[in-house]
Write a protein that binds this ligand. Structure first.
Ligand code: F0G
Length: 457
């Protein structure tokens, strides 16, 4: 059989609410043209994020009842700890309520004024946590990774030459750790090769600098390695993931992605001293080290999710179904960041709407149009999220890419939902010339994309 079907059947359903175009026009205006301000019930297909939006399995829901809610020494924590240890090999597993809480603890401890944290590409919360500590968040993606049209296997890779010369110049005094984000979310969900992970680790070791993974989407990355990297076709996704972690000294993890849960995360490290200091902060800000901001039932579901996500039939369906969306809209003339990523399709809004310059936010304009046409919620990842206007010179500095992310929640939408999205995008392609740019009317000092307000030009 050539067809790949969803490797599950549906036991519990959540009805969708349909709205008219007129209703959506009013809703969007009311929201200040910011899709984060729209009520979820006013969205038909929600592709805002793949984070915390997964459907849990019956086995995970069963685990919710079995969750051990003990404040200290919860059985569910032991199960999570064992699962993570088997997978990653790291000594200390420190649970947090989500990924950014792990980032905050880590960068509180290792960041600070004058320090530099290199990453293939920081995701927005990672960048914000590094910068809030006073350190500089430096992206070192490979040049090929920034070309939206190039088809290559591992466009998420770190630029190893740039990393090596940076570490040579600055050394461990200024660089507390190096991070590698797998898959590279801010770079269109592109995977990182095992060779790149291994070589990054070698460069770090040569300079005596710890190496961490931002492991949110480790299973999707592992499956890309299986499909694309010589020597891995006959290994299981679990074996590949274990090898990925074996090169690192620690990781941050958001269970809301490849943990297949709605809430959860952890920080894992080998360094005993660092772990001790992290636990001290954890107790003050998240909770006791055997629950860290999570309920016992969350810990239980998370442990089970980390096993399920490595099932090969699931990963095969996951990677293939995301690519299906990308291939279909690309064939209709929507320029996408090539090749399709693991958790999302990124539309190249600059190429889609060449008449809208970056300072008029083509990605935001496109995201709003997708909502108007079909009630689809997507996310701008471009100059609204990463662009800056210098307060002194009023000079606008655009983001390197203007993208709209269609993130696919795990195990939530069926092929017909995706076919509906394809049809909506087809109609946007037909009238793309009529779409207008946008202007920001309000913005907060940090992470402006969440709360900014816009108007149509
Ligand atoms: N690192 C990466 C690569 C991420 O994509 C995210 C979250 C985080 C860290 C933070 O994890 O949300 O659990 O605090 N990304 C979500 C997204 C929000 O939509 O891509 P968190």
């Amino acid at each position: 059989m050539k067809i790949i079907i969803e490797p599950f059947k549906i036991k519990s359903v959540e009805p969708l609410r349909f709205t008219s175009r007129e209703e959506r026009e009013a809703i969007l205006k009311q929201a200040g043209y910011n899709l984060f301000n729209i009520q979820a019930e006013d969205v038909l297909i929600d592709l805002l994020t793949d984070s915390g939006t997964s459907a849990m399995s019956a086995h995970q829901w069963g685990g919710m009842i079995e969750g051990d809610e003990a404040y200290a020494g919860s059985k569910s924590f032991s199960r999570l700890e064992q699962t993570v240890r088997d997978l990653t090999g790291f000594r200390h597993i420190i649970p947090t309520h989500q990924g950014r809480a792990a980032e905050k603890i880590l960068f509180n401890l290792v960041g600070g004024e004058g320090r530099i944290v290199p990453n293939n590409t920081h995701f927005d919360t990672t960048r914000a946590n590094v910068e809030m500590s006073g350190a500089e968040a430096l992206d070192l993606p490979i040049a090929d990774g920034l070309d939206p049209t190039l088809i290559a296997d591992f466009k998420g890779n770190m630029d190893l030459e740039a990393l090596d010369s940076l570490l040579e110049k600055e050394g461990p005094e200024r660089i507390p750790l190096v991070m590698l984000t797998v898959t590279n979310n801010a770079n269109a969900g592109q995977p990182v090769s095992m060779a790149n992970i291994r070589q990054t680790a070698e460069i770090c070791r040569a300079h005596d600098i710890p190496f961490f993974l931002d492991a949110c989407r480790f299973a999707e990355n592992a499956y890309f390695i299986k499909l694309r990297e010589p020597g891995y076709a006959n290994k299981t996704a679990r074996e590949i993931a274990q090898e990925m972690f074996s090169y690192a000294d620690g990781c941050t993890m958001s269970g809301k992605k490849d943990g297949l849960v709605n809430m959860g995360g952890f920080l894992a490290v080998n360094d005993d001293q660092l772990a001790g200091r992290a636990r001290n902060i954890l107790i003050v800000t998240e909770g006791f080290p055997t629950y860290g901001g999570l309920a016992g039932h969350d810990l239980e579901a998370f442990a089970r999710g980390l096993d399920e996500v490595l099932a090969e039939d699931y990963l095969k369906y996951r990677i293939r179904s995301v690519a299906y969306l990308g291939e279909h809209i690309a064939a209709l003339g929507a320029p996408i960041f090539q090749p399709p990523g693991g958790h999302a399709i990124y539309i190249d809004a600059k190429a889609f709407l060449p008449h809208i310059p970056p300072h008029e936010y083509p990605g935001q304009a496109l995201a709003c149009e997708l909502y108007l046409v079909g009630g689809i919620r997507s996310c701008e990842i471009g100059s609204v999220m990463f662009g800056k206007t210098d307060s002194q010179s009023a000079q606008f500095k655009p983001a390197p890419l203007e993208m709209v992310r269609l993130a696919i929640p795990r195990r939530v939408y069926t092929k017909s939902h995706i076919d509906y999205v394809v049809e909506c995008i087809e109609s946007v392609v037909r009238k793309r010339d009529e779409i207008k740019g946008m202007r920001i009317t309000y913005e907060p000092p940090v992470l402006r994309h969440f709360t900014a307000q816009f108007e149509i030009l």
